[in-house]
Design a protein around this ligand. Structure first.
Ligand SMILES: Cc1cc2nc3c(=O)[nH]c(=O)nc-3n(C[C@H](O)[C@H](O)[C@H](O)COP(=O)(O)OP(=O)(O)OC[C@H]3O[C@@H](n4cnc5c(N)ncnc54)[C@H](O)[C@@H]3O)c2cc1C
Ligand SMILES: *[C@@H]1O[C@H](CO)[C@@H](O)[C@H](O)[C@H]1NC(C)=O
Ligand SMILES: *[C@@H]1O[C@H](CO)[C@@H](O)[C@H](O)[C@H]1NC(C)=O
Ligand SMILES: *[C@@H]1O[C@H](CO)[C@@H](O)[C@H](O)[C@H]1NC(C)=O
Ligand SMILES: *[C@@H]1O[C@H](CO)[C@@H](O)[C@H](O)[C@H]1NC(C)=O
Ligand SMILES: *[C@@H]1O[C@H](CO)[C@@H](O)[C@H](O)[C@H]1NC(C)=O
Length: 617
């Protein structure tokens, strides 16, 4: 076990290195950078553990002193970036420890997001082999991407901005989390946001002077409007889904500042980087929080084969995300007793860390072919358009629009489904391989796609009942955590997703689709076609089990609540029973929200910053 030695031999003065932020003013230079980036992605070999950090550590087990700070934030990701900015507004010395590197210039382009799946900017996690999902993937293991760079996962996604449903937060409060009702959190959504578009916006619900920009991208000529009409024919009402009422359809709202992705690296870290009280260390893997007498004293991290210890006079804040935060807690002795004992880790606190993993599960198998070709452009031409904030690269995965449905309840309720359309040119053979699909499925599906004429409608089940788990593989921080999404562990999830697909598929018969000659593509489904009658309910179940993917929105692994039986942090986000230790990231969500998570994570961090400032004023 890697226990930090508190009797540190050397005094180490923290050397601070701040990276420069996106410089994309020279097109030729940037285009060359993009080429160097996209070409090797397909053959990139993902890591299977954290060994890279530990090279040479056997030679010296010495731990150097990195100094003392008021706060140490673990992870400069979505939440960590916000925390770093807000806490250094005050006279606090803040150390931000990030395992990844600076976000590359290419991360500024949302449309290049698919290339990040196979790159050093993704941790490289896969789920454990699944029995009821991921059947089309190699070894029945789905990929589970997480960003490893400044801005974290907000630097590698589609950029879609969704807050969730007001009832999601009211439920958090009902579960005992005072201070987290929609009325309580709305001011923080507004504080974070700079809405750059005015049309079809519920103005009084939106923020206009925050750091993170939200905008829409121009329509894809012909396509966006046609899709809009089709969904309206199915009964969807046009809405600002981040306003008064979430249920309905809207053009996708994206965290984008003109053409540049508005991740937390750009929106929060960049403006704070010149503050003399912000200290950042990159390529630094936190292995453990050091506690003494039930108080967090600091963190141990490893960088370039050297261990360091940094001490926190006020608090350690874990913002390492829903997979790594539980791993760090458990490595520090905070977690389920049986598991810690199994791995010979001294139990500091018995808490259900990692136990309530919830995620959205989506079915990306509804692919439509049109008789039109969109964006038949070279990468260079696409990039030139991007400079003017234009499609296709301005929007991640060609995102067009989003709808929220309450399939079972027609009233103003929480939705059951999020449906989004990925437009051309989003889908390619390369994407199939990045998603870990087996050759058989790549051949059956991805090889037959036309990336210029086809679009894909994805339907995500918003509130599945299946619960997954994050566990430790061993007591060694070199090992990746074990991730079990357990999709369709509860069979009712499968049935409800099936019903959602049956409703959605009616879109093929709308006037809009027929006049556009958009047709549902049929393709072979190995493993299902031989056994079930095509289109039967059993065939659909089989297809869903093969193709359904995580929406990559894990939450709940360090749940907020009031009881130590079913939660890890209290409503102030303090770890139960430990002084000076908070969790601020996706892990704390007690139940999943109705949508993607970046908007809510940023809100959580904004609120946490205020709680902390109030406590130490
Ligand atoms: C491909 C993809 C697309 C997505 N698209 C969208 C979208 O369009 N809209 C949306 O709202 N959401 C999207 N999401 C989900 C969303 O990005 C995440 O849920 C959210 O960003 C998580 O924020 P976080 O702060 O909890 O964690 P993260 O942003 O992941 O931050 C964690 C940070 O901690 C660092 N870290 C981890 N472990 C350690 C350690 N031991 N030591 C030091 N540092 C560490 C990580 O490197 C990372 O920088 C997407 C996710 C993926 C994977
Ligand atoms: C960005 O690059 C250009 C030339 O490529 C250079 O002139 C400029 O100084 C750079 N800006 C920053 C902020 O580094
Ligand atoms: C842009 O970069 C290219 C390649 O590095 C260089 O040759 C060119 O002079 C640069 N142009 C400007 C305007 O800086
Ligand atoms: C360092 O620690 C490792 C693991 O505990 C051990 O195997 C190794 O022998 C130690 N090396 C030295 C130089 O003490
Ligand atoms: C429909 O709404 C009612 C009242 O809000 C709720 O009790 C019920 O569980 C909902 N049904 C579904 C399937 O979501
Ligand atoms: C989850 O369980 C509840 C209660 O049994 C049920 O009403 C609901 O429909 C289930 N949701 C899904 C998505 O299966």
């Amino acid at each position: 076990m890697f226990r930090a030695k508190l009797f540190v031999s050397l005094f180490f003065i923290a050397t601070i290195f701040l990276p420069s932020f996106a410089n994309i003013s020279n097109f030729t230079q940037f285009y060359n950078e993009v080429l160097q980036w996209t070409a090797p992605s397909e053959s990139y070999k993902m890591p299977v553990n954290n060994n890279e950090y530990f090279k040479n550590t056997e030679k010296t087990n010495e731990t150097l002193d990195y100094g003392t700070f008021d706060f140490i934030i673990v992870g400069a990701g979505t939440a960590g970036g916000v925390m770093a900015n807000r806490l250094t507004e005050e006279n606090f010395r803040v150390l931000l420890v990030e395992a990844g590197s600076a976000d590359p210039n290419t991360a500024s382009v949302c449309g290049l997001a698919p290339y990040f799946l196979k790159s050093k900017y993704n941790w490289g996690y896969n789920t454990v082999p699944q029995k009821k999902s991921c059947l089309a993937c190699i070894d029945q293991q789905c990929i589970y991407p997480r960003g490893k760079m400044l801005g974290g996962t907000s630097s590698m996604g589609g950029g879609m901005y969704v807050r969730g449903n007001p009832l999601d937060f009211d439920l958090w409060k009902e579960l005992g989390n005072s201070g987290w009702s929609y009325q309580d959190v709305l001011p923080y959504f507004k504080k974070a946001e700079k809405a750059a578009f005015k049309s079809n916006t519920d103005i009084e619900y939106r923020g206009y002077s925050g750091p993170q920009v939200v905008d829409t991208v121009e329509d894809t000529p012909g396509l966006t409007e046609m899709l809009f009409q089709a969904f309206e024919e199915l009964g969807d009402i046009p809405r600002d889904y981040n306003g008064v009422n979430q249920l309905g359809i809207g053009r996708v709202q994206i965290n984008i500042n003109k053409n540049v992705r508005s991740n937390t690296a750009h929106a929060y870290i960049a403006p704070a980087k010149s503050r003399s009280n912000l200290f950042l260390t990159l390529d630094s893997l936190v292995t453990q929080v050091i506690t003494q007498n039930d108080r967090a004293k600091g963190v141990q991290f490893v960088k370039n084969g050297q261990f360091y210890y940094a001490s926190a006079s006020k608090e350690v804040i874990l913002s390492a995300g829903a997979l790594n935060t539980p791993q760090i807690l458990m490595l520090s002795g905070i977690g389920p007793k049986d598991q810690l004992e199994k791995h010979k880790i001294q139990v500091v606190r018995d808490l259900p860390v990692g136990r309530f993993l919830r995620d959205l599960v989506c079915y990306p198998g509804l692919i439509f072919r049109t008789n039109k070709m969109f964006y038949e452009l070279t990468l260079e031409e696409q990039l030139k358009l991007w400079y003017d904030g234009k499609r296709p690269l301005a929007s991640g995965w060609g995102l067009q629009l989003v709808t929220y449905h309450s399939l079972m309840n027609s009233s103003n309720d929480r939705p059951n489904f999020e449906i989004f359309v990925l437009g051309p040119p989003a889908i390619s053979r390369h994407l199939g391989a990045s998603l870990h699909f087996s050759e058989e499925y790549i051949a059956a599906l991805f090889s037959n796609l036309n990336k210029y004429s086809d679009f894909l409608i994805t339907i995500a089940l918003l509130h599945p009942n299946s619960t997954g788990e994050v566990r430790l593989k061993s007591n060694n921080p070199k090992d990746f955590p074990i991730i079990d999404t357990n999709f369709f562990g509860e069979e009712s999830d499968l049935e409800i997703l099936y019903q959602g697909i049956q409703r959605l598929i009616k879109i093929k018969d709308t006037k809009a689709f027929r006049s556009f000659k958009a047709e549902l593509l049929s393709y072979p489904m190995p493993g299902c076609d031989e056994i079930y009658e095509s289109g039967s309910r059993d065939w659909w179940y089989c297809s869903i089990r093969h193709f359904a993917l995580s929406d990559w929105q894990p939450v709940g692994t360090a749940k907020m609540g009031t009881s130590t039986k079913d939660s890890v942090v209290n409503p102030e986000l303090k770890v139960h029973g430990i002084q000076g230790l908070r969790v601020v990231d996706c892990s704390i969500m007690p139940t999943h929200i109705s949508g993607h998570t970046i908007g809510a994570v940023v809100m959580i961090a904004e609120k946490a910053s205020d709680l902390i400032k109030a406590e130490y004023k």
